[in-house]
Design a protein around this ligand. Sequence first.
Ligand code: ADP
Length: 227
Amino acid sequence: MIKFDGVSKVYKDEFVALNNINLEIKSGEFISIVGQSGAGKSTLLKLIYAEETPTNGKIFFNDRPLDGISRRKLPEHRRNIGTVFQDFKLLPQKTAFENVAYALEVCGIPKNAIFNDVPQILEIVGLGNRQNKFPHELSGGEQQRVAMARALIHKPSVIVADEPTGNLDPASSMDIMQLLLKINKLGTTVILASHDKDIINKAAKRVLVLEQGRIICDDLRGKYKIY
Ligand code: ADP
């Protein structure tokens, strides 16, 4: 589904974030990307959702090269990839329902479809009874669930989660990981960048270790080890 072929990323001609990455992620996989701060995890994710472009090498998405995507088709590619971040990125003046609905409104989706789809997705993430709460009325774990619902609302084939538990306590972190595992079971490919050993070891899924922009370990039923 996603293939990196000799991909490097150098920022401003001098900061080497990724160095000759060769990687294949299959449809339906759950992969955790680990490594120290600055190892290149976020950059790898940004290349997948096309926020950055590689300096060298090629990235393929469903066999199509990402550099061949026209500007017009870029939003379509991004809708196919749901993103979740450490800081939730919710709109503080909108309720949980409105935060998710907004992602549909900006795409011109009709109101009746919004009123049908949003409660369903909030139910899936376990917020069926919290739809009218504002972000400040929700716990960190609940806010991240809203962000997950928003990421899922376009029915993406991939979820990219960049340190989604970075601001959460251990119990909420485990809940978010369980939710990612549930979404993966329902057929969505999950690509997670994280420092959180406990949640990664709980998943016992593929673990890719980055160090200074290189893959130093790719373990199919991995544990997060210290290298
Ligand atoms: P991680 O997510 O593992 O912390 P990043 O992908 O954010 O790593 O960063 C990898 C390297 O690239 C770091 O050395 C970082 O300082 C550098 N870097 C990331 N983004 C930029 C940028 N926009 N400009 C310059 N250097 C950057």
